[in-house]
Design a protein around this ligand. Structure first.
Ligand SMILES: Nc1nc2c(ncn2[C@@H]2O[C@H](COP(=O)(O)OP(=O)(O)OP(=O)(O)O)[C@@H](O)[C@H]2O)c(=O)[nH]1
Ligand SMILES: [Mg+2]
Length: 249
């Protein structure tokens, strides 16, 4: 399976190179795309140098901070346009440890009834979080409970950004309809996956708090994410079921 790993970056100059090395050591056959929003700390320039030295590394340089959601969308689009079979998304700050990549990808390759989307999950047996205070733990637990209850999602970790998608899923979903631009983007995508009837699998990960650089999550983002779930509940997106799409093809 031709696999593209998409890493959105905003001010990750300390993480980009060690992360690229760790990813390519864990799964040497993948390609790597950094989606950088003109980070003031020079992450983009650094990645440009890495890309010049290794043909597996690519940079999508955007003009300014356009948000995590649209960075993911740009990464999906790149994966679709360049003929990849699988697109993985992960954070740049080592919270999503590259050592889990083989298990995440293997999940998509299982013979019978293999999932279409795999999640690196904190909330299945064997998974967890490290170095998080009580506040952050409760917030994450609540966000998951809230999204699962209101939207009927079955995954245990609905807010995780560590995911592998078959590109046929991304091609099928009405990604242009997504209105979230921030953190709730992930819940919105998972809801579309769920409504289309794609299969979702989870593999445990231990999520570690960022080693370097500053956190970017804000109260405003949290509030907006909560409202997004209500909006999705209120006005359910129209999604063609995957079975219908297959029989039409
Ligand atoms: N391209 C792009 N990347 C972003 C943007 N916001 C965040 N990111 C990246 O998205 C990933 C997740 O962001 P984080 O700041 O680590 O979010 P978090 O894990 O919820 O919070 P902390 O780790 O506590 O900061 C990281 O790789 C960031 O560099 C953005 O606006 N544009
Ligand atoms: Mg982080």
């Amino acid at each position: 399976m031709r696999t593209l790993i998409v890493v959105p970056t905003y001010n990750e100059v300390e993480n980009a190179e060690p992360l690229a090395l760790a990813i390519l050591a864990a799964v040497p056959t993948v390609d790597l795309l950094f989606v950088d929003d003109n980070s003031p700390d020079g992450t983009g320039q650094l990645v440009r140098k890495l890309a010049a030295a290794d043909p597996r590394i690519h940079l999508l340089a955007r003009a300014g901070k356009l948000g995590l959601g649209t960075a993911y969308l740009a990464g999906y689009r790149y994966g679709l346009e360049h003929g990849y079979d699988v697109v993985v998304t992960m954070d740049a700050d080592f919270s999503h440890d590259p050592r889990y990549l083989p298990a995440l990808l293997a999940g998509l390759e299982a013979r019978d009834g293999a999932p279409d989307v795999m999640i690196g999950s904190r909330y299945v047996p064997g998974g967890g979080v490290k170095n998080w205070g009580l506040h952050r733990r409760l917030l994450s637990r609540f966000a998951n409970f809230y999204a699962r209850t209101l939207l009927g999602l079955t995954a245990r970790d609905c807010t995780a950004g560590f995911r592998a998608y078959r590109t046929e899923v991304l091609r099928h979903l009405p990604l242009g309809e997504i209105r979230s631009s921030g953190y709730s983007f992930l819940e919105e995508v998972l809801y579309l996956v769920h409504l289309a009837g794609f299969r979702v699998g989870e593999t445990p990960i231990v999520f570690e708090d960022r080693r370097a650089g500053r956190s970017k999550i804000s109260r405003k983002e949290i509030f907006r994410a909560a409202l997004t779930v209500l909006r999705l509940k209120w006005k359910r997106p129209v999604v063609v079921p995957r079975a219908a799409a297959q029989s039409r093809a």
